[in-house]
Ligand binder design. Structure first.
Ligand code: CP
Length: 330
């Protein structure tokens, strides 16, 4: 039997068992109502110090980690690359060691290079939480997506989830594929061939013979690489649209944004292919009119702002558990 979440660091969904993921989600649900109170504060992390160390831009993640810390009564400090001594030539490791010397309980780190949180975890006494590392993982995004799905679909097991867009550069896709398949959903990915590598399905232990070929007929596949967006969306319970990540693209992966939007953008017409009660997710920031039409983004099927709302609860749970709290299952 898997144990509930007992880790100090949260580096990736890849490392977690299904029971640990459920433990975090259940804990987040217990914290969710705090944000609806007149006084949005509980003393759970009084006396704890959280450092948000962000080397990449962020609106949602950094703000919600800060709000999460404050709503749990922790002291929260924000450091961005522009204000850090990295601009004076200090190495990332030295920055981390200096911050660690000030005895924080948790350092939340975002960096454009994959593996940075893992490196910091090796030297830091504080718990390290990955807030996005390059194209590797964005675990709290996948957790808040899962919380949003659970709130609307009750359970993740058995759902068909389409993830559409720039899969190649997406840490959100990687974390979601790990999480959703661990919790029993089936995931289909689609996008331009240059952005949806065929070997992507080897991410998941799908029980096949290890070949990376397209294989649409095998019913028990947990992850399927679809040849087009329409195939991915047809019959889906959840349609997750990813942002075109120009900051991580070092080549021309498609002819133009206009062509991308024509062939891969989520329009109402394409959404009609999904189940009638299908929901639409997007991690943000979104490029309206490119990967998602504005009328879809603003429709009642779109849960984009719910994702942001649940992000605070998920980050409260992660900070609480990483600094010694117990899951609601214990
Ligand atoms: N979804 C997400 O990570 O958004 P930010 O880049 O604004 O944090």
């Amino acid at each position: 039997m898997d144990k509930p979440f007992r880790r100090r660091d949260l580096l990736g969904i890849r490392d977690l068992s299904a029971a640990e993921i459920v433990g975090i989600l259940n804990t987040a649900e217990t914290f969710a109502e705090i944000s609806g109170r007149e006084v949005k504060k509980v003393p759970a992390l009084r006396g704890k110090t959280i450092i948000n160390l962000f080397f990449e831009n962020s609106t949602r993640t950094r703000t919600s980690f800060e709000l999460a810390a404050k709503r749990l009564s922790a002291d929260a400090v924000n450091i961005s690359v522009a204000s850090s001594s990295v601009t004076k030539g200090e190495t990332l490791l030295d920055t981390a060691l200096n911050l660690d010397a000030m005895a924080p309980d948790c350092i939340v780190v975002r960096h454009s290079s994959a593996g940075v949180p893992h490196q910091l975890a090796k030297v830091s006494r504080a718990a390290i939480v990955n807030a996005g590392d390059g194209a590797n993982e964005h675990p709290t995004q996948a957790l808040l997506d899962a919380m949003t799905i659970r709130e609307h679909k009750k359970q993740i097991k058995g759902l068909e989830v389409a993830i559409v867009g720039d899969i190649l550069h997406s840490r959100v896709a990687r974390s979601n594929i790990h999480l959703l398949t661990k919790l029993g959903a089936k995931v289909r990915v689609a996008g331009p061939g240059t952005l949806v590598p065929r070997p992507f399905d080897s991410l998941i232990d799908s029980g096949n013979n290890g070949s990376a070929s397209l294989d649409f007929d095998v019913r028990d596949r947990k992850l399927t690489v679809c040849p087009n967006v329409e195939d991915a969306i047809t019959g889906a319970d959840v349609v997750m649209i990813l942002r075109i990540q120009t900051e991580r693209q070092d080549a021309a992966f498609f002819p133009s944004l206009r062509e991308y939007s024509i062939h891969y953008g989520l329009t109402n017409e394409r959404l009609e292919l999904a189940k009638k009660d299908a929901i639409v997710l997007h991690p943000g920031p979104m490029n309206r009119g490119i990967e998602i039409a504005s009328d879809v983004a603003d429709s009642s099927r779109s849960l984009i702002l719910d994702q942001v709302k649940y992000g605070v609860a998920v980050r409260m749970a992660v900070l609480y558990l990483s600094t010694g709290g117990t899951t609601s299952d214990e």
